[in-house]
Design a protein around this ligand. Structure first.
Ligand code: PLP
Length: 361
């Protein structure tokens, strides 16, 4: 077939990323599978989008999203020159890969982690080196340094485990590697701390944030990157010219100037994470403490496999995430923290499965 001659071999050889299921609008499901926020964005953000949805839509947006970067700089105590904006943090990951990954420039990350890093590396024809987490899921600093990869990615809190490595270990990694460290902080707002404070002392550190989880805007695709002004200049070179549309820029600016408006939802999710962890443990699941807006639960032994639990919950209208491709996650369910009512529905559905009664649902 001629496709083999047209398409680059690294693309033909790779499996694409598999996103979580996004059911069609109007389907009555409880969606606990892709770590979205169960609460909508604050009114002030919606108003900013409506105000931007006018005549000016005929114009291109500010190419470098300057107003968003200025708002981000004020919100996070950095300079606008240190901020790069992405169409979701996935877009920032693509830019990072364009900058650092190539045939002779590998990418290393602890494993398991976010499954998008590997396909993005392979698109660049780079080699992806998965380094197992250390004992008790510690950051394997020496092993990561030993890969000599020009780019090392650390997800903090990590997905799908929900755990967080010490900031001292991240700083140690920055000091010891001769490459760049990317800290993916998609879930940092749900955690007890952030790595932002490491930036001034580590010029080889890049940090990315997402508006999709804590800031309730997954539908708009907004991400922020923080780094040294010199690295930011290189990132701008590999960015799509107008990568953040007008509506997203309006929403992002409003969100960044009203970050306190997101606090109640974030606090509610953290409280619900505590309650859900306890509730699942009472039902025989093994649930490590999570610093993110999801938990990774090991199913009780001898009743159902992870795949069977996933199917049994889906039958009852509840979507959770199951990683069929990774044998180490075969007995684990990744469950996004929803509202208390949604989680209660999950617990009831689980009780039916445990009692062997979900057939009657
Ligand atoms: C969700 C997620 C992202 C992507 O976020 P978007 O801003 O929606 O592109 C990046 N990294 C990790 C670890 C994530 O879980």
């Amino acid at each position: 077939m001629t496709l083999q001659r047209w398409v680059r071999p690294n693309i033909l050889a790779m499996a694409g990323y598999t996103p979580g299921e996004q059911p069609p609008a109007g389907q009555p499901v409880i969606k606990l599978n892709t770590n979205e926020n169960p609460y909508g964005p604050p009114e002030v953000v919606r108003q900013a989008i409506v105000a931007a949805a006018g005549e000016s839509l005929r114009l291109y947006p500010p190419p470098d999203a300057r107003p968003v970067r200025e708002a981000a700089a004020r919100a996070y105590g950095v300079k606008p020159e240190q901020v790069v904006v992405g169409n979701g943090s996935d877009d920032l990951l693509t830019m990072v890969m364009r900058l650092f990954a190539d045939t002779d420039r590998s990418v290393a990350a602890p494993d398991p982690t976010y499954t998008l890093y590997e396909p993005l590396t392979r698109m660049q024809n780079g080699r992806y080196v998965a380094v197992p987490w250390g004992e008790n899921l510690a950051l394997p600093v020496a092993e990561l340094v030993a890969t000599q990869a020009p780019l090392i990615i650390v997800t903090r809190p990590n997905a799908p485990t929900g755990h967080t490595v010490g900031l001292d270990a991240v700083a140690d990694l920055c000091r010891r590697t001769s490459g760049v460290v990317l800290l993916d902080e998609a879930y940092a707002d749900f955690a007890d701390d952030t790595g932002l404070g490491l930036l001034p002392n580590h010029p080889n550190l890049l940090l990315i944030r997402s508006f999709s989880k804590s800031l309730s805007l997954a539908g708009l695709r907004i991400g922020l990157g923080f780094m040294s002004p010199a690295l930011a200049l290189e990132m701008h070179k590999v960015r799509d010219s107008y990568n953040l549309d007008r509506l997203a820029q309006a929403a992002a600016t409003a969100a960044l100037t009203h970050l306190e408006a997101f606090r109640p939802a974030i606090d509610a999710i953290r409280a619900e994470r505590r309650r859900s962890t306890d509730q699942l443990r009472q039902r025989g699941f093994q649930v490590p403490e999570s610093q993110a807006n999801f938990i990774l639960a090991t199913v009780p032994p001898g009743i159902r496999t992870g795949a069977e639990w996933t199917a049994a919950l889906k039958k009852q209208g509840i979507l959770i995430r199951y990683f069929a491709a990774d044998p180490r996650l075969a007995d684990k369910l990744r469950i996004t923290i929803g509202t208390p009512a949604e989680m209660d529905a999950l617990f009831r559905a689980m009780d039916r499965v445990l009692a062997g009664r979900e057939e009657a649902f």
